[in-house]
Design a protein around this ligand. Structure first.
Ligand SMILES: C[S@@+](CC[C@H](N)C(=O)[O-])C[C@H]1O[C@@H](n2cnc3c(N)ncnc32)[C@H](O)[C@@H]1O
Length: 405
């Protein structure tokens, strides 16, 4: 399927089903769309724990929701090509000082970088330059790593020096205009998990200079704009025609899938969610206002010991005084019941999560295509390694690739 067609179909489905995927179930004591789709609601709420967990992990496979929702169509639209690369195992020593999962992402990413003759390499938002060092070794060339934080640059310099690798850490703000690093049509820009506005700036620069790009985008919601401004002309036209606009909160949905957490972490997340929902019932009653009250997040390990302690913390955050004689056990039980409902109702959003992520990646691809690039979008590693496994590769037509060293 062409990228144009895929983007058009996704726009149509995201637009048509926005009343169902947009509302966040935990914010509602009664979700508005349940009145229009009572049978779908019943089917969701009747799901066993096992099926709910299975559909969280695999929303497009054997889903009972396909009676109401376009499950197969969405599944086909997010079925992107797997970008194959000859399997290589890089020397273990190259991965020193890099976390295990990050190293395996780098191994997978590096093989996707197709260098052409005379190209130089720049890593965008490089952190400590782990990817830059690996590319420098793999292709036996100098690499420039752009990074904003001086401490990361210092650490990156130290690592490159100790390992004898030709990486220049360049401390600069990639959002600054004009960019302090010269880019040309021969500068191949790579970025692994550069967030929102950071990778958008990369694409804008590349579309001006003609620099080839290998990018795994991430965190689309980290952006200055409250309302998403499509990058490509095509996406702008489609959004206008289908009256589709994404808020920053909508964009956050696109990256909400996480790698399945170990049992202990999952249980403590569920408890946190149940307590938040129990408190939500309580605060609605205390305030006499039937609306959701957002709470700040709590760092892992800072969770109070019990539900009562949690509600006292939450009330303090919101400047709310709690009455005496609260039925703590009753509100906690109500929280667990709502948590089970929310988990099932969230499955509708799960179904549209990857389609939104693919839509956003296609918009990025289309921007480059409209600037004269050949571009491809695919999957560069297994989802278990990182759910942010989309890779956009683009270059202006011309020279052939060279094999890596
Ligand atoms: C999500 S991390 C990715 C780091 C690395 N590519 C990786 O995969 O581990 C994003 C990096 O961008 C850097 N960064 C944030 N804002 C920046 C800016 N305006 N200019 C340059 N780098 C920036 C951060 O300091 C951070 O190291």
């Amino acid at each position: 399927m062409s990228a144009h067609r895929r983007l058009a179909c996704l726009t149509e489905l995201l637009s048509r089903w926005q009343p169902l995927w947009r509302p966040l179930p935990f914010q509602y004591s009664h979700l508005p769309w349940l009145d229009d789709f009572p049978a779908l609601g019943e089917a969701l709420l009747g799901l066993s724990e096992q099926d709910a967990v299975r559909l969280q992990d695999s929303p497009f496979h054997a889903s009972p929701l396909d009676e109401w929702l376009p499950v197969a169509e969405l599944g086909a639209l997010v079925d992107l090509p797997i970008l194959t690369a000859p399997p290589v195992s890089l020397p273990q020593a190259w991965g020193q000082h890099v976390g295990g999962r990050k190293w395996r992402q780098i191994e997978a990413f590096v093989e996707q970088v197709r260098l052409r003759p005379r190209e130089s390499l720049v890593e965008w938002c490089a952190g400590k330059g782990h990817l830059a060092r690996t590319l420098a070794r793999r292709h036996a060339i100098d690499v420039t790593a752009l990074e904003w934080q001086p401490t990361l640059c210092d650490e990156g310099r130290g690592l490159a020096q100790r390992q004898g690798v030709a990486v220049e850490m360049c401390q600069l703000d990639v959002l600054a205009s004009p960019l302090a690093a010269p880019l040309t049509a021969q500068t191949h820009i790579v970025a692994l998990h550069a967030c929102g506005d950071l990778h958008v700036r990369l694409l804008e620069n590349a579309s001006e200079t003609g620099s080839p790009v290998t990018l795994a985008p991430c965190c689309y919601h980290r952006t200055r704009d409250e309302v998403y401004r499509p990058l490509s002309r095509r996406a702008r036209e489609l959004c206008a025609a289908h009256r589709l606009a994404f808020s920053r909160e909508d964009l956050a949905m696109s990256v909400q899938e996480t790698v399945t957490a170990p049992g202990g972490v999952r249980r403590s997340r569920e408890r946190a969610s149940a307590w938040r929902l129990g408190f939500d019932d309580l605060q609605r009653q205390v305030r006499g206002i039937d609306t959701y009250l957002p709470l700040p997040s709590l760092a892992y390990g800072r969770m109070p010991e019990d539900f009562t302690g949690f509600c006292q913390w939450a009330a303090q955050q919101k400047g709310l005084s709690l009455p005496l004689g609260v039925d703590w056990a009753g509100f906690e039980e109500a929280g667990w019941q709502r948590q089970a409902r929310v988990k099932r109702l969230e499955l509708v959003r799960h179904l549209f999560r990857r389609p939104l992520e693919v839509w956003l990646a296609l918009d990025r691809m289309m921007l480059l295509m409209e600037s004269g690039f050949d571009a491809e979008l695919g999957i560069f590693c297994d989802r278990a390694l990182t759910p942010r496994n989309l890779l956009l590769r683009a270059a202006r037509p011309g020279d052939r690739f060279i094999a890596s060293a």
